[in-house]
Design a protein around this ligand. Structure first.
Ligand SMILES: [Zn+2]
Length: 230
């Protein structure tokens, strides 16, 4: 089913496609041509007007849904409600980061300088915790999500994205050849991929202590995001 794609950040309906995966990564991940196609869309298809790629648009959609707003993300961050939100962004969430930074009570934590397994914040502090394509680089994803939950106030939200291959189950890359995302020429150990998430990716959220989670689809299976309320 083809759905008209609308950018949930700015409202534009114009997109540009760019292939971003490279052969070595695709081979390491054992991606089929179809899986490679939709992960290329997730990362490389972007709004012409604001630059947000599909994964950022999915994240924006999850946030809008969490706060029950019909506004676009760009509009929502200008509201009094959003300006009162205490937001923790763990790693820059792509081109959405400048939007989040306009919020007065915004905190940016850069992993691994700040350890997602041991966040230096008190419990029940944030209304919203955000991360985008970070969890696959984390040694213990369930512990990291539990830590995100700890610093979230009761009733607050976690919204995040992870690259997901929906046709198979989550697998650890521990013991396999080191694989890195982001740039074919960069191989800092900080950005090693520990986990390739699959169709059971929601299990990590519930294992971390959340009692429910929602998977938001902007375009299935290329553009998914997860929200969970504490
Ligand atoms: Zn846009």
């Amino acid at each position: 089913m083809k759905i008209m794609l609308v950018c949930s950040v700015c409202g534009s309906q114009s997109f540009i496609d760019k292939a971003v995966l490279w052969d070595e990564l695709s081979t390491q991940w054992q991606l089929s041509p179809e899986e490679r196609r939709y992960i290329d869309r997730q990362q490389g298809t972007a709004c012409i007007a604001c630059g947000a790629n599909l994964r950022s648009i999915a994240l924006a959609d999850a946030i809008r849904s969490a706060f029950g707003t019909p506004l676009l993300l760009n509009e929502f961050v200008a509201t009094v409600e959003a300006k009162n939100l205490s937001v923790l962004e763990i790693n820059e969430a792509g081109l959405l980061s400048p939007t989040f930074r306009t919020l007065p009570k915004h905190t940016l934590a850069m992993y691994p300088a700040i350890d997602i397994h041991a966040l230096p914040y008190s419990s029940n502090q944030f209304d919203l915790v955000i991360h985008s394509d970070t969890l696959e680089h984390v040694a213990q994803p369930v512990a990291a999500l539990a830590e995100c939950r700890r610093v979230t106030r009761p009733g607050g939200w976690l919204c995040f994205t992870i690259p997901t291959v929906v046709g198979r189950l989550t697998r650890s890359r521990d013991g396999l050849k080191k694989s890195f995302h982001g740039d074919a020429n960069v191989s800092s150990d900080d950005w090693i991929v520990h986990t390739e998430f699959g169709a059971d990716m929601w299990c990590a959220v519930l294992r971390a202590g959340y009692s429910a989670c929602t998977i938001h689809s902007v375009e299935f299976p290329a553009a998914l995001a997860i929200s969970a309320q504490k």
